[in-house]
Design a protein around this ligand. Sequence first.
Ligand code: NDP
Ligand code: 2IT
Length: 449
Amino acid sequence: MSWQEKLDHYMTGLEKRNPGEPEFRQAVYEVAASIFPFIEDKPIYHEAQIMERMAEPDRIITFRVCWEDDQGNIRVNRGWRVQNNNAIGPYKGGLRFHPTVTQSILKFLAFEQTFKNSLTGLPMGGGKGGSNFNPKGKSDNEVMRFCQSFMTELDHYIGADMDVPAGDIGVGAREIGYLFGQHKRLTKEFTGVLTGKGMEFGGSLIRVEATGYGAVYMMASMLECNGESLEGKTVCISGSGNVATYATEKINQLGGKVVTLSDSSGFIHDPEGIDAEKLAFVVDLKTVKRGRISAYADEYTSASFYAGERPWSIACDLAIPCATQNEINEKDAQNLLKNGCIGISEGSNMPTEQAAVDLFQQAKILFAPSKAANAGGVAVSGLEMSQNSARIAWKEDELQLMLKDIMQKIHDQCAEYGRESDTHVNYLKGANIGGFIKVADAMLAFGVL
Ligand code: NDP
Ligand code: 2IT
């Protein structure tokens, strides 16, 4: 069988075993399309069924989460933890609280996380969890009661050497505080069981900045390889949460100009650029007031708000999606290319639909896939785990250097495995192969498990 036939056969089986899970299928296909040609002349991986095993989570835990709202009504949500693979370290990955969360989405995220965590070079396996709980419009007390109920069940399955969750969409400092507090209360132990913790209780400096900063470092490294820099570049960013705001901050620091941000209600375009003062307004708006991005256009007359739209029709040199999965479709990709976009660094997980990925690849623009581009967040989570285990706290400048170094090494791994000709690097292929090798070889070492 040719590698293409093996890939088709593999995908047919995967779809049969995972019906109705399009995001999971999409994530696995994106990896498998790189790995099957790579292992064509390496029969050991085929004989050991490594790709089949990687796409079958070690376990999926599903549970009911009951909580009482402020009016005394009983509410019921569903919670999950997908423990995908712990071949190279404890399961590690965020928790997402969003009404759109499904098992398919968490399986795709846990699968991706396995490769991402491997790329960081740190000893972390892949996992992801969350709930279809919608934190929007809930009071702090409601969020606290939800988090306590969620952790009461999740607590059976996590531990500093077993599975270490963190934040993701809808799970930030507030939620991690409530979750950690409940874990501590249930176990009577103070361990590094979560990352993204507050600085008062075992958190690490620069964890909050790390994902956005890392995505920009990845872009800067790609540009540098092509004799370019961020200086003077116009950048479109989507989202206005943790990743988007710190990506904006770093672009500003490195001399670029960010002209868009968004949320699920639409996007703002500010041709004058979102400087530090305007960014502080956004952070306050989204994290303290928990408001909508349209308020930016009410505050700053230089900006317009486009309800229900995404920012990809705005002309830019570079794009950094930082909201959610499948937020760049084929038409968006056509627009970006038509308007002269030369680079994409994926801050969000799997933001680009396959047809759009194909267009970017054909156009041979710089394209850093999420598992490489947004690995800075989990990398600093790994450093938080190390500090917790050693009961120490590293200084900010030390951590900044470590983050930069890890992102550069991820870039270089992608370049090593993704170089297709002297001039072009297929970062997607490079990230998939770079992430695969370590996990696959560890699995081989364990025998049949
Ligand atoms: P936040 O919850 O802080 O922010 C999410 C942002 O994306 C908000 O602006 C939100 O808008 C918007 N958004 C969420 N869902 C949708 C949707 N369905 N359609 C349009 N906009 C949406 O999350 P993060 O910034 O932490 O996460 C953003 C992305 O980055 C996610 O893909 C996450 O998986 C990924 N990521 C996060 C890491 C981290 O360390 N936090 C690490 C690596 C990746 P609204 O306010 O309207 O909900
Ligand atoms: O997608 C991701 O890498 C995250 N949400 C961060 C995971 C983590 O464990 O820090």
